[in-house]
Design a binder for this molecule. Structure first.
Ligand SMILES: Cc1ncc(C[n+]2csc(CCOP(=O)(O)OP(=O)(O)O)c2C)c(N)n1
Ligand SMILES: [Mg+2]
Length: 362
């Protein structure tokens, strides 16, 4: 590894600084950089409105436990924006914004947070969120290896948190990706905490990005609250993978402003001062300042945009709340095309238990 390659894992890449001023070149965002910047801003706003809505529904007893997305919108949107339709996405629960970008309807997402098995549309190539910490990194590498074997020009992106990097699955994913030169980008959303465990307890390595070097992977550290930087680094990594040049590890430095989930009280383990310092680096406020200065947004058009985003989320929520619950055993349909005898036995047992509890209620 050259000194330059090590530097890329130590110094976070930044394009838009905390005051919303450009400190690096804007990435190539297609025909209109202005339109794309506004698209990023709207989708980031949508992800925040989505998070606030589900937390409100949870408080009313109408949604399940939910992990706040607030503060991490630039990473979630920036990591998915360079993907094409045939590319695969395998994420955890903190990347709902990435699923929105990939084309999963809001209604489907909200339905899943009512506790029902969602039906992701065929062709969006996005796996449902993974709660078992770290496993989706192996799924992403597997999808990438499959695409390579079948000669499809598809890239896979796997995303996990800082805590997940201590799971064996994370190291195995990096190892397989490197050895098989899989067309995959592995992203770590380092938001400082794994519930109450701080980042420094996950690894003695100076950064998580530098861990990729030991697996022979080009690795990048990026300011995860800077949408342009995340997009630039991801675009380069995705295109490298598509060109047959292999995997990349990306660590995005961000922060979870809210609670881990609706079942968590972060005041018990972290300092309010730390939260305040990160609030000043808010990814949405930063982009907003830039857009206002560029004349792409005004106070009035922003108010309209925020109102339209809220309306979109509210409409999707009304629709999702009116949908009938799917059968409790519906997830068996997704487990395997040819269920094993053991899986069939589990299905039969579940149907029996459901009938029994139904009889007991009557
Ligand atoms: C294999 C496994 N072990 C433990 C848990 C319980 N758990 C849920 S979230 C979490 C912390 C994950 O932290 P991190 O990877 O940093 O993601 P973040 O929540 O910060 O986005 C843990 C330990 C789990 N879901 N899966
Ligand atoms: Mg974390």
């Amino acid at each position: 590894m050259s000194t330059q390659q090590i530097d890329a894992t130590m110094v976070p890449y930044q394009v838009l600084n905390e005051e919303g001023r450009l400190v690096g070149p804007l990435p190539d965002m297609g025909a209109s950089a202005g339109d794309t910047s506004m698209y990023f801003y709207r989708t980031m706003s949508l992800a925040r409105a989505f998070s606030n809505k589900i937390i409100a529904l949870q408080r009313q007893g109408r949604a399940t436990t939910f992990g706040s997305l607030v503060g991490q919108e630039a990473t979630a949107i920036g990591l998915a924006a360079p993907l094409q339709a045939q590319d695969w996405l395998a994420t955890s629960y903190r990347e709902i914004g990435s699923h929105i970008i990939k084309g999963v309807p809001l209604t489907t997402l909200i339905y899943s947070f009512r506790g029902f098995t969602p039906t992701y549309p065929q062709g969006v190539n996005c796996l449902p969120i993974q709660i078992v910490i770290g496993t989706q990194m192996l799924h992403a590498v597997g999808l990438a290896m499959g695409a390579k074997l079948s000669g499809e020009p598809a890239v896979a992106v796997g995303v996990c948190g800082d805590g997940a990097t201590s799971e064996g699955d994370f190291s195995e994913a990096l190892n397989f990706a490197g050895v098989y030169k899989a067309p995959v980008v592995l992203v770590v959303q380092n938001n400082g905490w794994a519930i109450s465990v701080p980042r420094k307890r996950q690894s003695a390595a100076t950064t998580l990005a530098v861990r990729g070097v030991g697996f022979g992977l080009p690795s990048r550290l990026v300011d995860g609250n800077d949408i342009f930087a995340v997009y630039a680094v991801m675009r380069e990594a995705v295109e490298r993978a598509r060109a047959g040049d292999g995997p990349t590890l990306v660590e995005a430095l961000t922060y979870r402003i809210g609670a881990h989930t609706t079942a968590d009280d972060p005041t018990r383990y972290r300092d309010e001062q730390e939260v305040e310092a990160w609030r000043a680096k808010d990814p949405l406020a930063r982009l907003r300042r830039y857009l206002l200065a560029e004349g792409l947004l005004t106070e009035e058009s922003d108010r309209e945009l925020q109102a339209s985003v809220e309306e979109e989320v509210n409409e999707a929520a009304s629709e999702a709340l009116a949908m009938p619950p799917n059968a409790p055993d519906s997830f068996f349909a997704w487990a395997s095309e040819n269920p094993s005898p053991r899986l069939q036995a589990q299905h039969t047992e579940m149907l029996r238990a459901l009938r029994q509890s139904q009889d007991e209620r009557e």
